[in-house]
Ligand binder design. Structure first.
Ligand code: KG4
Ligand code: ZN
Length: 350
């Protein structure tokens, strides 16, 4: 079985082709970083326009690289949400058009399900497992019980972790995107010079919060101004340490719940752009080890937004007999766990 997938829900335009033996036959990603950099963040209208400009060529390129004829594919998948709706519409429209012309089935994929099932593409992981999804738009802990079966254990009540990295980078004038810039500065800084709060640490449940930490950084910067390079590095280091500690605490709580509910420890999968953070990875490896969990971190290019994960999730759904009609409407919000209470904030697009 071979599935073509399209991703266009944020600032990556991507197309990939995957096969059911977990081979990635093509995986093309075009980042729009340069288009958004002058604005210090993703501008939805610019993103939608860029997807429209590039997606057609990208699909042609992915099909060419895969060496598989469109006629030989089994289904056409695209991210159907959640995300920036203009971009999602471009991807869904393109996938529907290809499906209509070739007579192939169309599968609308939940972007978060793409992240959630990536570890099955890369590591052939069996259900159930625990997923920590930390990116610029999402911050949540989920139990992946099966295809289409998710239980959210916690999510951010305000900002996503990546968003906090990006905002702190802006405050410290470190540039965009913020995560890698903060990490670089932090590696030269002293994390012990300033003490920042660990939001939600020790609280019941597994929810996250980053707005208070962001505010504490703002106050610290004001108190230390004017900042020299050493101050900036030390603040970045203190912030990174606080985020890693807070996420590790919330993840430890989730591992306890998982172990109690599913009969013991299992695998902890990390995904999302923030999973690139070296200190976070190291801290998670420590807490996972203590809890007896195996830490699974897919290669970075499959952790950040890509279309291989969408093609794969489409394939997993399609082989279970699921597909969507050409009347599918793109969804700006699409929770993986419909039972979970709705939370407010940019980090909770799900
Ligand atoms: O998954 P992703 O590429 O896009 C979505 O948000 O969906 O994640 C991007 C986020 C940005 O907020 C970026 O600052 C953050 O991931 N990020 C990092 C690092 N690399 C990227 N955060 C901390 N440390 C990093 N090394
Ligand atoms: Zn994503």
């Amino acid at each position: 079985m071979i599935v073509l997938g399209i991703e266009s829900s944020c600032d990556e335009t991507a197309c990939a082709v995957v096969r059911d033996d977990r081979a990635i036959l093509a995986d093309v990603v075009l980042s729009q970083l340069d288009e958004h950099r002058p604005y210090g963040g993703v501008v939805p209208e610019i993103a939608a326009r860029a997807h429209l400009d590039h997606l057609d060529h990208l699909v042609v390129e992915a099909v060419r690289r895969s060496g598989v004829d469109l006629a030989a594919m089994d289904a056409i998948a695209a991210t159907g949400g959640p995300g920036l709706i203009g971009g999602v519409m471009v991807g869904v429209m393109t996938a529907k058009a290809i499906a209509a012309v070739t007579g192939k089935p169309f599968v609308a994929v939940n972007h978060l399900e793409g992240h959630a099932l990536t570890a099955r593409l890369t590591d052939d992981l069996a259900f159930p497992y625990l997923l920590l999804l930390v990116s610029g738009g999402h911050c949540q802990l989920l139990v992946v019980e099966g295809v289409g079966r998710y239980r959210r254990l916690g999510a951010t009540i305000d900002d996503a972790a990546g968003e906090a990295f990006d905002k702190v980078a802006k405050m410290l004038a470190l540039g965009y995107p913020g995560g890698p810039a903060v990490q670089q500065a932090a590696e030269r800084g002293d994390p012990a010079r300033f003490r920042l709060p660990r939001p939600m640490k020790g609280r019941p449940g597994c929810d996250f919060s980053f707005s208070g930490l962001k505010n504490a950084v703002r106050l610290l910067i004001a108190a230390q101004a004017p900042l020299g390079a050493v101050d900036r590095n030390d603040i970045a280091a203190a912030f990174q340490r606080a985020v890693a500690d807070a996420i590790a605490d919330r993840t430890s709580a989730a591992m306890k719940i998982f172990a109690a509910t599913y009969g013991g420890a299992g695998a902890l999968v990390v995904a999302g752009g923030v999973a690139a953070n070296a200190l976070l990875r190291q801290t998670l490896a420590e807490v996972a080890g203590k809890a007896g969990f195996r830490l699974v971190a897919p290669p970075l290019r499959l952790c950040t937004d890509n279309a291989a994960m969408i093609a794969w999730a489409g394939l997993e759904r399609f082989r279970l007999g699921q597909q969507d009609g050409l009347d599918f409407a793109p969804r700006p919000r699409w929770p993986l766990d419909p039972q979970a209470k709705q939370l407010r904030g940019a980090g909770v697009k799900a």
